[in-house]
Design a protein. Structure first.
Length: 242
């Protein structure tokens, strides 16, 4: 199953529950952006690649950006519309690999967060996306990335990760590593009137190595402003050099 099918059939149905309270998550994202001086400086336009239900888009809009929020899952885009109501957010059903199509908007910020980068098919697609972002960004624009560090393969029982649970649902994730990819299996147990029901779906992520991403950014002329792990995610802010 490819990543879009996985979201359309499985993950999109419980993604928002998995992520947790929207207001708390959005406030945390907004504080992160503000603390790193991500504010409108020139065109006031931001692109959110893989926008999901809008944690980053809403945060950028509240800071003062006009946001173009791009995602391929209609269910999450519907939630994004509700979450961004009355804010300057344009919701677009599309493919993040088409980022260069938005160059005429002159975005001064492009964000690709929440491990969306690993959804690309391979390292070559990631390299192309970074190159396209460099072309698309306005002068001195910033590229904001967050992704999981898959450098060290989990083995044995450590492959099974408890993600979230409550009285009615239990989500567990299993990771199986190859040289270049990670097979992700989401196992959801849901309590029904007839007992617990299990649904399972698997898809591949590209195995991202942080040092490789930094090298790709520098090759495209980006200056790394910030590069730190937060809650098991690598966060990078890079600025296009004019």
């Amino acid at each position: 199953m490819n990543i879009k099918e996985h979201y359309d059939i499985h993950l999109g149905n419980f993604y928002s529950w998995m992520v947790g309270d929207f207001a708390d998550g959005q406030q945390s994202q907004q504080e992160y952006l503000s603390n790193h001086y991500i504010i409108p400086n020139s065109t006031g336009v931001a692109l959110d690649l893989g926008a999901g239900h809008g944690l980053q888009s809403v945060s950028l809009a509240k800071i003062g950006f006009k946001v173009y929020a791009i995602d391929f899952n209609r269910q999450l885009l519907g939630e994004l519309r509700q979450n961004s109501m009355h804010l300057p957010v344009e919701v677009i059903e599309g493919d993040l690999r088409s980022v260069a199509d938005y160059k005429p908007l002159n975005p001064e910020v492009i964000i690709c967060a929440g491990d969306t980068l690993s959804h690309l098919e391979n390292t070559e697609e990631i390299e192309q996306l970074i190159a396209d972002c460099a072309v698309t960004l306005y002068n001195n624009g910033k590229l904001i990335l967050s992704f999981r560090d898959y450098s060290n393969a989990l083995t044995g029982d450590k492959r099974f990760i408890p993600v979230k649970s409550d009285a009615h649902r239990i989500l567990t994730c299993c990771l199986d590593y190859t040289d270049n990819r990670v097979l992700v299996t989401d196992l959801l147990h849901t309590q029904t009137a007839s007992g617990w029901q299990q649904t399972v779906s698997s898809y591949y992520k590209t195995r991202i190595l942080p040092d490789k991403i930094v090298a790709l950014l520098e090759q495209q002329g980006f200056n790394i402003l910030y590069n730190e792990p937060i809650n098991r995610m690598i966060h990078i802010i890079a600025q296009k050099q004019s």
